[in-house]
Ligand binder design. Structure first.
Ligand code: THU
Length: 127
């Protein structure tokens, strides 16, 4: 699956975002090693700190379905600049592949693609 397809999946996931508190809808999609794709959106809560980001929800869908190695993650939001995953999500992503491709998109076709290694070069790990 190419970057554009993965972004499309993330855009579709974004339509299910539950973001009544921030009004900021995010969608994500991850690609597993076997070519399967899993989606996630942000899910907020009245107790704000319980909110889970789109990226982690997509990753956890993949893991719960039995995937272990994630080759790429796409994240989309309605922003002028491509949206960058938060630090907590970067750490969770690194757990399943510290060198995955991260595809970031904003509105109006702006895109950016990086290796996770560039976004989180010193991920925590128990050596
Ligand atoms: N959010 C994500 O889903 N992913 C990110 O990378 C950053 C932030 C969500 C959390 C919250 O629901 C809303 O965006 C505003 O922070």
């Amino acid at each position: 699956m190419n970057s554009e397809r993965l972004i499309k999946e993330a855009e579709e996931a974004r339509q299910n975002a539950y973001a009544p508190y921030s009004g900021f809808s995010v969608g994500a999609a991850v690609l597993a090693e076997d070519g399967s794709c899993y989606r996630g959106c942000n899910v907020e809560n009245a107790s704000y700190g319980l909110t889970v980001c789109a990226e982690r929800n997509a990753l956890f869908q993949a893991i719960a379905a039995g995937a272990r190695t994630i080759t790429a993650l796409a994240v989309v939001a309605d922003t002028a600049e491509p949206v960058v995953p938060c630090g907590a999500c970067l750490q969770v992503m690194a757990e399943f592949n510290p060198t995955m491709t991260v595809i970031m998109a904003g509105s109006g076709g702006v895109r950016s693609e990086r290796n996770l290694q560039e976004l989180l070069p010193l991920a925590f790990k128990k050596t």
